[in-house]
Design a protein around this ligand. Sequence first.
Ligand code: 5AD
Ligand code: SF4
Length: 436
Amino acid sequence: MKKVHIMTFGCQMNEHDTEQISGLLSAIGYVRTDAPEEADMILLNTCSIREKAEHKLYSQLGHLRPLKEQNPSMVLGVCGCVAQQEAAKIFKRVPFVDLVLGTKAIPKLPMLVQNLESRPRVLDVSDAVWSDESDYTTMRERKFNAFITIIRGCDNYCSYCVVPYTRGREESRPSADIVKEARALAADGVIEITLLGQNVSSYRDGEHGKSSFPHLLRMLNDVDGLKRIRFITAHPKDLTDELIETMAELPNVCEHFHLPVQSGSSHVLRLMNRKYDREWYLNRIAALRRAMPDIAITTDVIVGFPGEREEDFQDTLSLLREVRYDAIFGFEYSNRPNAKSGNFPDQIAKALKVERLQQVFDVQRGISLEIHAGMVGNTYEVLIESANPRFPGTLTGRTRHNHAVTFSGSEDLVGSMAFAKITEAHPYRLAGELIA
Ligand code: 5AD
Ligand code: SF4
């Protein structure tokens, strides 16, 4: 048995790619190890969404250098979004890397590993035919919840974003394959699925071109054994009334929507090529809340986009106050290779980005705390996901609304559903107790 150590950076898409990579490698005799020093192969599954993420790769490779020098036969590979974007440049910059594997060539990994036996270095950033087999050989991290890819790539070309270049054009997976995979997972004991895609709301069935995302949700809602269906990420431009009504109607679809807004200013949204304005976005939020009054809503915000004036930034803060998100992810704008906004005028100074992001977090902190405080005393159904390493003897469960709750309990409850009563509110977490 050979051993592989995989480090994963970035989003759920990458986490799921790691699961596929593990499955493909296990079929050719590899087992996963947590210890890099005992590995025959180390793979870095990388993210290039922001500059910081890309730096992590190069600093990680620096740390691994002594290990590679001690054990030259160990295979050191870079996969994921940076691999797709930088390709052979990675060999130039870091000569001790053996393998560069793009996001779309993952199914070819076993063959490439074989090629490494006769060649010093292997590079593949080509488009592989989407093979459904790689989805079935996936080695999943958890037995009770699972990711299912429904659409890959992105055609939106937001002016700041690297994803259309690292993940390619939009391509939906046939709904029959998705439903088949969901059934197989449910038969294996999975109770929660998360549908993955850069833009799930533009899902179209690959076979007939007419099955839409709401229709797919209906089919999945009928899969026996599944109790919770989630999805990430949707784009506000194609959040239709039909999708909202379908979500409200289907009992297994969770009452949580992650709807990235990016900016509260219509002027900045236009520069970002987001294809909606503030008014449209707020209208969609209102429609969600009309159909599901207690729905939890989360978002992504970028501060310091080129051309963001003080008044634009104030529009972002006022939007946060108006929408009252349950939680947000906030980012400083970062220039990316290929992304158009790198050449835009009026780039914002680093110090101002830092200051604006701090203000965003300060405003949101208060709102999240108020929302959490309003939950104290209530009881929620939770799926117990893990033992909580920060507080020994405690577990973390997630409500249907995607709130994480920490409570005491024994580790053998992981993977089961329970009820938790909220006892304490904090800005970024909730504490509670299990109800017998
Ligand atoms: N700079 C900063 N944040 C970015 N994101 C995407 N591209 C950039 C960039 N160039 C953020 C967006 C997106 C999230 C996944 O990452 O908010 O929704
Ligand atoms: Fe995910 Fe985007 Fe990072 Fe790629 S660049 S791993 S798609 S977050």
